[in-house]
Design a binder for this molecule. Structure first.
Ligand SMILES: Cc1cc2nc3c(=O)[nH]c(=O)nc-3n(C[C@H](O)[C@H](O)[C@H](O)COP(=O)(O)OP(=O)(O)OC[C@H]3O[C@@H](n4cnc5c(N)ncnc54)[C@H](O)[C@@H]3O)c2cc1C
Length: 442
């Protein structure tokens, strides 16, 4: 077959497995780009979930924090998040450690981080006037011309060099391109592993989400427009966050293997208990232990097959939604502007895929350092002293605050933050603070 045989034509059929952010972003951009070239593509998104439903059944479980960068980038793309989707705007982080707290205001002094629900909200959300982020994107893909089939794909075969998809009831489509946007929280990766194209599912960690219900005025007054971030010396937990929304707070705990006992221990921790409203009880409405992609598979494509979002490469411990946008758009660009052979994807998709993997290596180094800072009292105290000092001074460049902000919001590439963390003035400030603490003057 020649390269020409792999160029998408007017009427080419694309099957997208998964209508989460990666599948919807792919579809939106592929349809827009094809139209610019005077072509109409037939895109079918297979997604069995009803994102308007409350509880786990309608939800692609996540903290729902959309970084400032993603909010702004989407606006430039003409994708403006409606008020009905945004639960709360965020303009600060409150950092909690065993030795005190620090408040980090957004470096840009703009309230642009958005918090959303991926589905209809926690179990028991009744009569909410808020909408699901995933439903909003899926509707947008349908408005662009995609067809949404509420069907689960059960099997894929390669027949005459083309992917053929099946549901439990029989054949669905013989596609010119299969887009794997099925994430990592189902058994679907096995279907693609069994296809024999060299795909191997990403390495994953088990994380935790819990939704606690409070009165909305308690949330507004107590948590405000800040994400509350916990860097505590609990072995299993890398970091945890409380994300205020309308009448719930989302508790998000990240580590390698989180289980229900670790969630309970976290909620009973002295620092966490003190951070919650005193004398006000919450109702635990929803909890789950979703998987998180922590290492991408080496191969994210083959002839007429491309993986994007969590099924491929994503950003380590943060901004998975931003990565779904980047990878969905990159896959659409490679497929529509170039072609759908593995050579086309190697030349036009792999560089973006690898970029995220390389950036995550810098991220891994930063998390090793952050683990040390939460585990050793002298380092924790030094970090707090620097951040509090930076936040007090108006003209301070706020280097450590910027690194922490970027690390936990997803607003910056890890490589850039690594470079800031290594600058001489910041390193000097660390050594100064640690020396003060060691000689008992800090
Ligand atoms: C605890 C936790 C907190 C997180 N917090 C954040 C955060 O605050 N901000 C952020 O940006 N990212 C966050 N993430 C990451 C983010 O959730 C993911 O990166 C993002 O959901 C990836 O989108 P996706 O479309 O690739 O996959 P998903 O969102 O998982 O969507 C995959 C879709 O595919 C469908 N599907 C699966 N198999 C099939 C099949 N066989 N047939 C048809 N459909 C199928 C599923 O129903 C699902 O809707 C968090 C992740 C975790 C685990």
């Amino acid at each position: 077959m020649s390269a020409e045989d792999f160029v998408l034509q007017d009427g080419s059929r694309i099957a997208v497995i998964g209508g989460g952010p990666a599948g919807s972003f792919f579809s939106i951009f592929a349809l827009k780009m094809a139209r610019m070239l005077g072509k109409e593509l037939e895109i079918t998104i297979y997604e069995p979930k009803d994102f308007t439903k409350d509880g786990p059944g309608g939800c692609n479980r996540c903290g729902g924090v959309i970084s400032e960068l993603l909010v702004q980038t989407l606006a430039l793309e003409g994708i403006n998040l409606p008020d009905s989707v945004v639960q709360r705007g965020i303009n600060a982080y409150q950092l909690y450690t065993n030795y005190g707290t620090a408040s980090i205001a957004t470096p840009a002094h703009e309230k642009t981080i958005a918090t959303v629900y991926r589905g209809g909200g926690p179990k028991g959300t009744i009569g909410s006037d808020k909408d699901s982020f995933d439903e909003f994107l899926l509707d947008m893909a349908v408005e662009e011309g995609a067809v949404h089939e509420k069907i689960r794909v059960d099997r894929v075969e390669y027949i005459n060099g083309k992917p053929v998809l099946y549901s439990k009831d029989g054949e669905l489509i013989n596609a010119d391109l299969l887009v794997g946007a099925f994430g990592i929280n189902s058994t679907t990766p096995k279907i693609i592993e069994d296809l024999g194209i060299g795909y191997k599912r990403p390495d994953t960690a088990v994380t935790a989400m819990a939704e606690l219900k409070y009165d909305s005025t308690v949330i507004a007054e107590h948590f405000g427009n800040a994400i509350h971030l916990f860097l505590l010396p609990i072995r299993e937990i890398k970091f945890a966050a409380i994300i205020p929304k309308g009448t719930y707070i989302s508790v998000c705990i990240l580590g390698k293997t989180i289980d229900a006992n670790i969630v309970n221990d976290f909620l009973e921790n002295r620092v966490v208990k003190n951070a919650l409203p005193q004398d006000v009880d919450y109702e635990l409405m929803c909890r789950c232990l979703p998987k998180m992609n922590i290492r991408a598979p080496a191969s994210g494509y083959a002839d007429r097959v491309v993986m994007c979002g969590d099924a491929g490469s994503t950003r380590l411990f943060k901004d998975g939604l931003g990565a779904a946008y980047i990878m969905g758009k990159a896959a659409a660009k490679a497929a529509v502007l170039h072609g759908v052979s593995s050579t086309h994807f190697r030349e036009h998709y792999l560089p973006v895929y690898k970029n995220i993997i390389t950036d995550n290596l810098y991220g891994s180094c930063l998390y090793v350092v952050s683990d040390m800072y939460r585990n050793y009292p002298v380092l924790t105290k030094g970090m707090l002293a620097i951040v509090n000092d930076e936040q007090k001074k108006v003209d301070n460049p706020k280097k450590l605050s910027t690194v922490l902000w970027g690390m936990f919001t997803g607003n910056e590439r890890y490589r850039n933050m690594f470079n800031v963390a290594m600058t001489v003035p910041l390193q000097a400030a660390f050594w100064r603070e640690h020396a003060k603490i060691l000689v008992g003057r800090g």
